[in-house]
Design a protein around this ligand. Structure first.
Ligand SMILES: C[S@@+](CC[C@H](N)C(=O)[O-])C[C@H]1O[C@@H](n2cnc3c(N)ncnc32)[C@H](O)[C@@H]1O
Length: 250
């Protein structure tokens, strides 16, 4: 839980600038995943949400939540940062949905509350997965799904901090990937493939798919420099996990 205060501070500080730079791209169309805005229509990760109780973990300015509310989902957005929640509240349209301030590692919801818990570089990138994944599993009803997108270990291992870019050279160890210092005590999180599998299965979840979104050649990355520019067309930059809490009959 130690990173909660620092992560809240960081996102309160950077929210305005972050939204100025990225909001238009994130919200350019409904359901765009990750750093390359890959449409969910190409990946089929979320499925139909009509009438479903949906929780977005780390909803930021609510670009995803807003789109799913407009599709008829009963969405709740939770985020640690009041500045991010203010951005979500200001952008809310006719399809209103509740916003809650809280942390992915200690969700303020009853067991079995949601049909779908999801995020796109949200709470599962910014809270320790060994705490946040069991919380997400707890609030899912049986048969409900946890779907989330995070950076891949390839991307992290090839990120050159000094040059602020992703390269074709291994820059840091793969084994031991865990907390990534984001300054002033703020921390984001990344696991190895094996550790993700163990954390997900340890929370009682079944892994239905691991989608590796592959942007078309020439698709720009909205957040990071990569060398070569088509890095993510050649190697997986993101992991989109599709998991499920088993039903009572499984
Ligand atoms: C990169 S944004 C993701 C939101 C949106 N999908 C986007 O791309 O802008 C990360 C979000 O996670 C939130 N966050 C950070 N730590 C969190 C935590 N422990 N629990 C819940 N949300 C957290 C931040 O405030 C921020 O809004």
């Amino acid at each position: 839980m130690e990173s909660i205060p620092a992560n809240r501070r960081l996102w309160n500080q950077i929210s305005g600038d972050y939204q100025d730079r990225h909001d238009a791209r994130i919200g350019a169309a409904p359901r765009l995943w990750g750093m390359y805005s890959v449409p969910d229509a190409h990946l089929n990760a979320l499925g139909d949400v009509t009438g479903k109780r949906v929780l977005e973990l780390g909803c930021g300015a609510g670009q995803w939540s807003r789109a799913l509310a407009a599709e008829g989902a009963q969405v709740v957005g939770i985020d640690l940062s009041e500045a991010q929640l203010d951005a979500a509240a200001s952008a809310m349209g006719a399809d209103r949905y509740p916003l809650v301030q809280g942390a992915a590692e200690q969700l303020p919801f009853a067991d079995d509350s949601f049909d779908l818990v999801f995020c796109d570089f949200g709470g599962l990138s910014w809270a320790p997965p060994h705490l946040a994944v069991p919380q997400a599993a707890r609030v899912l009803r049986r048969g409900g799904r946890l779907v989330f997108n995070v950076a891949s270990p390839w991307f992290e291992a090839c990120y050159d901090e000094a040059a602020s870019r992703v390269t074709t050279t291994l820059q840091k160890d793969y084994f031991g990937l865990s907390g990534i210092a984001e300054g002033d005590g703020a921390t984001s999180y990344q696991l190895t493939y094996g550790d993700w599998v163990r954390v997900l299965r340890g929370a009682g979840l079944v892994i239905d798919d691991l989608i590796e979104p592959r942007p078309d050649r020439g698709t720009t990355n909205g957040y990071n420099e990569t060398d070569p520019p088509d890095w993510a067309h050649r190697w997986p930059a993101e992991l989109l996990w599709v998991t499920r809490r088993p039903s009572t009959t499984e």
